[in-house]
Ligand binder design. Structure first.
Ligand SMILES: [Zn+2]
Ligand SMILES: [Zn+2]
Length: 353
């Protein structure tokens, strides 16, 4: 596929139908070197500083980067969004974003936002998805992954995963296991799985350090330097799986913590795992947020500003068959012309898709 120059970009924009929507990019971790194996970390959450720079340079040559506040003001005004506007966001608030992405953003003068998980800031606690993934993948265990164990454990909880995707699939693939468990279990049940797995294998200091969340000092410094700080809940709970009380605690609670520490109104929220439904969108509105960000193209027509789509990118999002960076593939992502290939698997019911 050879798609160079502005004509192809315009064509792609038409195919993607994305003219009415701003381009909002989402990343997670930024690492010095992309990990060579999928056991030590979740690959699709990592991008190397080098690849991040290539992607941002490409986007920056075609789009004007704006902050989420500027983007929000444009969307609120009701005027059509200028065609070439892009915003950059980072989810979860990893310390490596402060260490690797922040200096790059500063050097290039690119505005960006970081969505933090407030209970984790300044602690040595891992993100719940990292913890579960690393334990399932057997990151630091000599006995390998724990499929049989997981199967028995879920059966004891009365959870059956057959026929789809089935225990056979999730026991072979820690990533599939992660998606399945976070798709159906409330956080309390996920924590029981983690606790049980932890009794079998612990994680090394290295692994813990590598995945740690930002310190408050880092959050405050980035905020002082103009990075928008948004909320990504208190504990990264998948909101549609939780009761109303927990959802309020996760949304309102994290906003209040950030406002207390940063002395500023917090208006932006990113749904953990991109998971939302009509009730959670409403709860996020009631918790005082003005803008919400998802990871797919679905919208809640009653709350369009609280369901702003994002394109999630990582190290290998834009590689061609030879493993090299492909501007054409990045162009397809940015213009949304790959969206029909990667359909959203999240359940937003009862929001119309
Ligand atoms: Zn997240
Ligand atoms: Zn969706």
């Amino acid at each position: 596929m050879a798609l160079h120059g502005t004509n192809s970009d315009r064509l792609l924009a038409k195919i993607g139908g994305s003219r009415r929507l701003p381009v909002v990019i989402g990343y997670h971790r930024t690492v010095e070197e992309f990990p060579s194996n999928a056991i030590s970390t979740i690959p699709s959450m990592c991008i190397s500083t080098r690849m991040l720079e290539r992607q941002l340079d490409w986007i920056g040559r075609r789009y004007r980067f704006v902050s989420l506040d500027e983007l929000g003001a444009l969307m609120e005004s009701g005027n059509s969004i200028p065609e070439r506007i892009a915003a950059v966001t980072f989810d979860d608030g990893y310390q490596d974003v402060y260490e690797h992405a922040f200096p790059l953003l500063k050097k290039k003068g690119i505005p960006a936002a970081v969505f933090v998980v407030t209970d984790l800031i300044g602690t040595s606690q891992l993100q719940i998805h990292d913890l579960l993934y690393l334990l399932l993948a057997g990151a630091d265990s000599k006995s390998g992954s724990a499929p049989q164990f997981l199967s028995r454990f879920l059966a004891n909880l009365g959870i059956s995963l057959s026929p789809s995707p089935g225990m056979a699939t999730i026991s072979r693939d820690p990533h599939a296991a992660l998606e399945t468990l976070f798709g159906i279990l409330p956080q309390s049940a996920v924590l029981s799985v983690i606790e049980a797995l932890e009794t079998k294998a612990g994680l090394s200091q290295n692994t813990l350090r590598e995945h740690r969340a930002m310190s408050w000092q880092a959050v405050k410094e980035m905020h002082a330097e103009g990075i928008t700080i948004g909320s990504h809940s208190r504990t990264h709970a998948m909101l549609p799986n939780e009761n109303a009380e927990k959802v309020e605690e996760e949304t309102r609670g994290s906003r209040e913590t950030l406002e207390r520490c940063l002395g500023e109104k917090i208006r932006h929220f990113a749904y953990p795992g991109g998971q939302y439904n009509a009730a959670t969108v409403k709860a996020v509105a009631q918790a005082g947020y003005r803008f919400g960000y998802t990871i797919c193209n679905h919208r809640d027509s009653s709350f369009p500003l609280l369901t702003i789509p994002r394109k999630m990118l990582w190290e290998k999002s834009c590689l061609n068959a030879l493993g090299s960076f492909s501007p054409s593939i990045l162009s397809c992502h940015v213009h949304g012309s790959l969206d029909f290939v990667a359909r959203c698997k999240l359940n937003h019911a009862p929001v119309a898709a």
